[in-house]
Design a protein around this ligand. Sequence first.
Ligand code: ZN
Length: 342
Amino acid sequence: MRVGAHQMSASRLAFRPGGLFCFCFVLLSFLTATTLSAREIQVSGRAYVDLGTVAQRFGMQGYWLAGYETYRLKSRWTTIDAGKNAKTLQVNRLPVYLGFPMVESRGQLFIAKADYQHVLQSVLTPQAFRPVPGLRRIVIDAGHGGKDSGARNDAYGLKEKELTLDVSRRLKSLLERAGYDVVMTRDSDVYIPLDQRPKVANRTKGDLFLSLHFNAAGSSTAAGFESYALTPQYQASSKYAKPEAHDNIAYTGNKQDAWNTLISYHVQRALVQRLGGPDRGLKRARFLVLKHLDCPGVLVELGFVSHPDTAQKLRTAAFRQTLAQSLFEGIVAYRNRLARIQ
Ligand SMILES: [Zn+2]
């Protein structure tokens, strides 16, 4: 009898207007939860979001290209191509290294939420992050110096320490002409320990830190530019496959993650747009000069001295001036992006 009475009261409840409302509410909640779980999945304990949902959030179109290997997000200004299991995204054809490989599930392509934040939001909608940095004082760090020559190509008479200082001086003059205040970590052939370089930026209250370098490789065919932003917490740097326990450390520089990404993207883009490829992309590393910065920072590799064509060009002042001009244009693009946020 008690069971019957309970059933009756339940059915009466369902026909009262309030009960109906409750029922609909429960149904709606259920549907919402189902929809969310279709667009967000967990892989190895990590949250992923599907790129169709991401496209909607950015007001972009999202669709598979023929062959179902590449998923494209497209708006009037931006094209992003993502491949199955890929650990890079092509953002306007610029390769951006992700923290985690993308995952395909049931015909949908998923990106780690960490990469959604650290790459897509940082480049496409940096207004999601606060506070927005200023840009008045720029600190240029000419890599190496003194007893530390850096990369060399003796056949062409090239030393990295001399190239970085030359391009730094050219960039300084372009920036000063445009009204910026410029601080150099070194303006002569002196050795400065790595840990002292970010301290110069912090002590002088710099708004942006650029560390300039040149690459060298055993193979003479390696070529192109690459830009490094500080690796976000919990992620492996680009040259490692998976994060380790020591990747869980957050450094001071990680407070600027979004802006580190944004400046690296714009500098890399400007270099490749003016000087061409190969575009080695926006990568991640925990370089000592980036870890302890109070302001956004980027480390740029301005080409391979071991590449004969590059080495020949680097001997000319005109080419070094073009490198400085490209860096300047990248900084201006970053400044214009910041200005649109205010
Ligand atoms: Zn170097």
